[in-house]
Design a binder for this molecule. Structure first.
Ligand SMILES: [Zn+2]
Length: 305
């Protein structure tokens, strides 16, 4: 199979920094990765160690990881759609500004952002708030690109279809720095039939334009199409299925885009709920070999035990 750009979410912590993230990526035989610049559920961020970043960049070069394919995920608690509390909204805008500065320090060019939830304000107002916020963040002509992620439609989430995302993009002044991240689990949950991915891409192209597709979150889904649940499944173990995931990963129209796995960790024991082992090395191997392994979960437990 051709060499696609395939990696996963990896951890980042202040002790090992970006170098730790790259080492984890290499342990999965991946050629790209995505990380949060701190805990995904809070906005506390520690200082970036420049020496560590230099080492990480060197390690990437030595292992043919192109930093232009590396992604930062903004913390999922920040919500630009809701401006009921003016102070909180301003804090969010500022946090995102700082996140852009952090991305620059890492040399990373793409930041994935969940558009947010309108929490009662209505979809229109939510979309307007997001565009207004982004216009305050993307003030410089050049710089990292923000990729708005497609949402599953849980609660009052906005950005659940291409029309809504386009409405945000339309109102963002700096078009050069705004793109979209398609999450296969989320769009399936939102009602897009990903088993015909070419039709989904046709729709995306018509509404937004394929040149605005910045990356793909490649996940299987625990629920049925249109369920709005947002629960990721391991590759080949969900309702999208291995064959459809392969067709997405190897679709020539997304060939140059980073594909990022955000599938769940595998629990220690078969019946356990305790998340512990990363599935990414095994999922990447399956996708690259185009061969589904129905015993993958057991093999992961044996490998990391
Ligand atoms: Zn995602």
């Amino acid at each position: 199979m051709e060499n696609i750009i395939l990696g996963s979410h990896v951890s980042y912590n202040k002790n090992e920094g970006l170098t730790g993230s790259v080492k984890e990526t290499l342990s999965y035989n991946a050629n790209t990765f995505m990380f949060y610049t701190g805990a995904p559920q809070n906005t506390f961020r520690s200082k970036i160690d420049e020496e560590n970043v230099k080492n990480a960049q060197k390690l990437m070069k030595e292992n043919n990881i192109d930093i232009k394919n590396v992604i930062i995920h903004a913390p999922y608690i920040i919500n630009l759609a809701n401006n009921k509390d003016e102070e909180k909204w301003k804090f969010t805008v500022n946090f995102l500004k700082e996140e852009v500065e952090r991305a620059k320090k890492f040399g990373v060019n793409k930041i994935v952002l969940h558009p947010g939830s309108h929490v009662g304000l209505g979809v229109e107002k939510g979309l307007e708030n997001i565009a207004n916020g982004l216009n305050l963040v993307l003030t410089e002509e050049e710089g990292p690109i923000i990729c708005l992620e497609t949402m599953a439609g849980k609660g009052t989430e906005v950005g659940t279809d291409f029309l809504q995302l386009n409405q945000i993009i339309k109102n963002v002044k700096n078009k050069k720095r705004i793109m979209v991240c398609i999450d296969t689990c989320h769009i399936y949950d939102a009602g897009y039939d990903v088993s015909n991915f070419d039709a989904v891409l046709d729709d995306f192209d018509e509404v937004i334009g394929l040149d605005k597709l910045g990356c793909i979150h490649l996940n299987d889904d625990k629920n049925q199409m249109g369920s709005h649940k947002d629960r990721h499944a391991n590759i080949g173990f969900g309702t999208i299925g291995f064959e459809n995931i392969e067709k997405i990963a190897y679709n020539p129209r997304v060939r140059k885009l980073p594909l990022i796995l955000e599938t769940p960790y595998v629990s220690k024991e078969k019946d356990g709920t305790d998340r512990s082992y990363p599935p990414y090395k095994f999922e990447i191997e399956m996708i690259r070999n185009d061969k589904f392994d129905k015993n993958m979960l057991t093999e992961i437990r044996n490998y990391y035990r």
